[in-house]
Write a protein that binds this ligand. Sequence first.
Ligand code: SF4
Length: 345
Amino acid sequence: MTDVKKLVEVINLKKYFPIAGGLFQRTKRAVKAVDGISFDIYEGETLGMVGESGCGKSTAGRAILQLHKPTSGQVLYKGRDLTQLSSAELRAQRPDMQMIFQDPYATLNPRHSVRKIVGEPLVINGKMKKGSLELKDRVAELLELVGMNPAYMKRFPHEFSGGQRQRIGIARVLSLNPKFIVCDEPISALDVSIQAQVVNLMQDLQEQFGMAYLFIAHDLSMVKHISHRIVVMYLGKIMEMTDRNTLFDDPLHPYTQSLNSAVPIPNPEIEITRTRFILEGDPPSPANPPSGCVFHTRCPLVTEECITVEPQFREITPGHFVACHLANTTGGSKIFIPDSKKEPS
Ligand code: SF4
């Protein structure tokens, strides 16, 4: 990705939500939903972001778009710090940066026709006049782009399936030609059979228009096919970040290894014989995160150092970043080494 321009730079981003204390409670407590994350997103790239629910990934997506005001840190879009913009400057920037939500039904006004839903951003942003033929033609074009019959523009959201509603949501987002889209679990609510269709559509649109995606999902199988690189989050922090193939073939963080071992392998012979590592328990509360490494309460490789010292987010090999004391190039942080990779004794 070195020859491609950085579009978004997230620098030590934090989003804490204060917890209302009791009458005599003096210390201010906070839920550390996002706790110091840094990464770049390049033009035309899909960066997958995964982690269990409650790990802060949706909050991160919203904080990047400034839908949640960050507690601290920077978000540079084309080199401009979004956290420093006035409301008017941010509004002017909005068409470039859009969001696709998990539940399209909740975000599409049930009383509005598809024509109004898809065309509304163009009217609100003063690009086209309400009721104009130009607007109608553009809505028809957008519906065709997402694989829907333009004749459906007179219908209402309840007349469509979940997959079709997500397509309508995507058409609405596309209307302003965004360069960056945060996709917040866009396929999680859909039937498995429909998920691949929506992912394929999003990939086709990216090839056609070159926008970048931050694609949020709760398991690795959902981001596997669409992502160029993947960020793994746990309790508001990034545990590992690397390109897709390295993440699946050589994950170095024990948490990534556990997520990876839950992804089904299409070959039944390998699937039946491989070793799985199933994480036990739930993640601790982000209002009271563990000391040292936040993963230490669930990690099978935990050491004394892990309990007291927070691991640095280090670049182990070019482009492969891991937050684990044991991570090195010789597999020190591997929960298990596959037989095929073991040294002969
Ligand atoms: Fe496990 Fe320690 Fe690595 Fe954290 S730093 S992932 S507890 S081995």
